[in-house]
Design a binder for this molecule. Structure first.
Ligand code: ADP
Ligand code: MG
Length: 329
């Protein structure tokens, strides 16, 4: 009988199956984890289930030969970042892998990165799928909980709200330029920037703490200007942001002139920081909560009634660059 070249063979599956069968019993809400036809999970009666999915494809989201451990981290991090942007607490994960070949050592490293981050957030891998595929691709689905009626939606921004961000911006975009040899950087700065690209930190605790304080939130995967634009459109408002207020890392400032740094901070993607809006009355509480969970928070602008995104201050480069494309909706 001809073997189906697309299928992962039984012996291969036995090898990799062990990797996915880490005990998920540390969560009492996992009735049945990896190993059966379905996972069986207890959704608390007083919670909303938040569900999100993201795929990383070789050649599109990461280069061939990317570090396996970093990839396992990032495949999960981008999903946890979506939960964070909703204010949800992570609970359960599923993982679909499409592999050109089954390489045990690569999988070990991928899963080490995945599990290390899952553990930080108390999330359990409860199932998934593994198949042979022409190109390496990893899809994670993350499930989290919210209080009934809760969730930091994109449509909640109101005129007068402060626009606040976590962390610093542009690091991942600059890290990519460094990784691709398009940008020189000191060894120290380069290592930091590449780390931000390859191992983003999902702002999960920050998101949960913002649930009762913020009006709208999004995680920045496609660039600050573009992703804030999604919030503005969903909310039917506009914003003015102050280019000089957008937080930049030391590595960024060591590597680029400030005009270039600001332009990249507003337009480059992959930072996975949160951008949210809140009533000015809540600002003190926001800064306190985020400081308590070790997350830098910076006020960068204000929500206006007039639609569109306006960038005040900064250099002409910011005003006239590709950002202009995002100024009118
Ligand atoms: P089925 O044929 O019923 O889809 P599979 O052979 O694909 O079952 O999977 C067997 C078990 O292993 C299932 O419980 C499935 O959830 C789990 N599994 C398969 N691949 C993965 C993976 N990449 N991550 C986590 N669990 C997986
Ligand atoms: Mg299957």
């Amino acid at each position: 009988m001809e073997t189906d070249k697309r299928a992962v063979t039984v012996s291969e599956f036995e090898i990799i199956d062990r990797l996915f069968r880490r005990d998920s019993g540390f969560r009492p809400d996992v009735e049945l984890g990896v190993g059966d036809d379905c996972a069986l999970l207890r959704v608390p009666a007083d919670r909303l289930l938040a569900v999100t999915m993201d795929t990383l494809v070789e050649g599109i989201h990461f280069p061939a030969g990317a570090d396996a451990r970093g990839l396992g981290h990032k495949a999960l991090a981008v999903n946890l970042s979506d939960l964070a942007a909703m204010g949800a607490t992570p609970a359960w994960l599923t993982l679909s892998l499409s592999l050109p070949a089954v390489d045990r050592s690569w999988l070990d490293r991928f899963m080490a990165g995945f599990y290390a981050l899952a553990e930080v957030h108390g999330a359990a891998l409860v199932g998934g799928d593994t198949s042979r595929g022409g190109v390496l691709s990893c899809t994670v689905q993350a499930h989290g909980f919210l209080p009934l009626g809760g969730g930091l939606r994109r449509g909640g921004a109101r005129p007068g709200d402060a626009v606040v961000v976590t962390g610093t911006f542009g690091d991942a975009g600059l890290g990519l330029a460094v990784a691709q040899g398009r940008q020189n950087a000191s060894e120290e700065a380069g290592t930091y920037l590449r780390g931000r690209l390859e191992r983003p930190t999902p702002r999960v605790s920050a998101g949960v703490r913002l649930l009762s304080l913020a009006n709208a939130a999004i995680d920045v995967s496609d660039g600050l200007a573009q992703d804030l634009g999604h919030v503005l459109r969903a909310s039917g408002v506009g914003a003015t942001i102050f280019a000089d207020a957008v937080p930049l890392s030391e590595a960024m400032l060591d590597t680029l002139e400030v005009e270039d740094a600001q332009r990249i901070a507003l337009t480059a993607g992959d930072d996975y920081e949160l951008c949210f809006t809140c009533c000015r009355d809540n600002l003190d509480a926001v800064f306190k909560e985020l400081a308590d969970c070790g997350t830098r928070a910076t006020e960068i602008g204000v929500i206006d009634a007039e639609p569109g995104l306006r960038v005040a201050g900064g250099s002409g480069a910011v005003e006239s660059s590709s950002l202009a494309g995002y100024r009118h909706f």
